[in-house]
Design a protein around this ligand. Structure first.
Ligand code: 3HC
Length: 331
């Protein structure tokens, strides 16, 4: 039974004026906003949006890799992949819990995903075609997630920022195991090296798009940055990530299929090619290659898990009906 904090409602103009002043001071001082603090309705709304979609992404993100657990090439790889996929489930539950502190019940958030109303990260619309894709997902997708999530550890909303600290530690393991898969393949047979190269060719562009649309097409960024939810813009984090992965791909002995990718001494960054934003928009609108499969799988899992939710709720109700027995009376 999920208990959701009832957001403080004032309704009284003076209280709202005092609340707004308190909130503004928290943001100005770069302090945390906690669930019981007064907050503007728009701040609450954008956090429910971002945190719940982040949670949806973690849960849907389990699918491409889970498909490879039974096909992992060794017991060691199988154990590592199982641990990673289980971590993602935990990240999702962690983030749903953070979102619930904003006053929206979890089942309402989950229904928004199952109905197709809510978004999840575009990257999980792409299939994991080969074992090398599991490596590319770990290295590039979880690597991009780390680049995006480390600044979120300092998000102004307390439960969100604190949830990121533990999640980022586990993402580091995810990125390293993906790197190791590609490192082994790149040093294997010519076919294995080719498989690794083809995997990073497929995931390079979509991974860069995980950071969101270009800044001039990002309706939420400016306000999110003003409220210290986002610490850097989409393009800033994307650039930071490109600068990070180019030396890494060279160390793998592989390359990115991007003719415009080259060091720009003047900028002190790597220039890189234009991404396919029309594909991105189509994916975000729900027309991604795997969207229907991903949502149908999630709906089926939700239906199959109904008995667990019902049993947990029945147990919680029975516990709630039990008379509270003073433990001293038993002694
Ligand atoms: N996929 C799907 N939708 C996306 C998107 C993407 N990659 N990037 C942006 N969008 C959506 C936004 O949600 C927004 O739509 P909405 O207003 O209906 O929610 C719209 O496109 C415009 O984008 P904005 O830049 O204005 O939106 P934001 O300011 O919210 O920035 C974001 C987008 C950078 C993804 C931000 O929401 C964010 O940092 N979210 C938290 C991180 C996250 O969700 N990561 C997803 C991956 S989780 C993961 O990788 C798991 C790991 O373990 C593998």
């Amino acid at each position: 039974m999920t208990t959701t904090l009832t957001p403080p409602t004032t309704g009284h103009l003076d209280d709202d004026a005092a609340g707004q002043a308190h909130f503004d001071q928290l943001i100005a001082d770069d302090n945390r906003v906690e669930p019981t603090d007064w907050m503007p309705a728009a701040y609450r709304k954008t956090l429910v949006r971002q945190v719940s979609q982040h949670a949806h992404s973690e849960i849907i993100g389990m699918q491409p890799e889970a498909n490879w657990i039974t096909r992992a090439p060794s017991l060691k790889r199988k154990a590592i992949l199982m641990a990673k996929v289980q971590d993602e489930a935990g990240h999702g539950l962690y983030l749903y819990s953070a979102a619930e502190t904003l006053g929206t019940p979890r089942d309402e958030l989950v229904d928004q995903l199952l109905s197709g109303k809510a978004k999840y990260s575009s990257i999980f619309n792409y299939p994991a075609r080969t074992w090398a894709d599991v490596g590319a997902i770990g290295w590039l997708v979880d690597g991009a997630a780390i680049a995006n999530q480390v600044p979120l550890c300092r998000a102004s909303y307390g439960p969100y920022g604190r949830s990121m600290v533990r999640i980022c530690k586990e993402e580091s393991f995810h990125q390293r195991q993906g790197w190791e898969i590609l490192y082994e393949l790149a040093r294997g047979t010519a076919e294995q090296k080719q498989m690794a190269q083809e995997a990073i060719n497929r995931f390079y562009g979509p991974a860069l798009q995980m950071f969101g649309p270009p800044d001039d097409e990002s309706p939420n960024s400016q306000q999110s940055m003003a409220w210290n939810i986002k610490r850097f813009s989409n393009d800033e984090l994307r650039q930071r990530f490109v600068d990070m992965i180019v030396p890494q791909v060279e160390a793998l002995g592989l390359s990115f299929e991007d003719p415009d990718l080259k060091w720009n001494e003047e900028r002190g960054h790597y220039d890189f090619g234009e991404l396919d934003w029309s594909e991105f928009k189509a994916v975000v609108r729900g027309n991604g290659p795997c969207n229907e499969q991903r949502l149908n799988h999630r709906r089926a899992a939700h239906d199959e898990g109904a008995w667990v939710r019902e049993a947990a709720a029945a147990y919680a109700r029975r516990q709630a009906d039990q008379p509270v027995v003073d433990s001293a009376l038993i002694a």
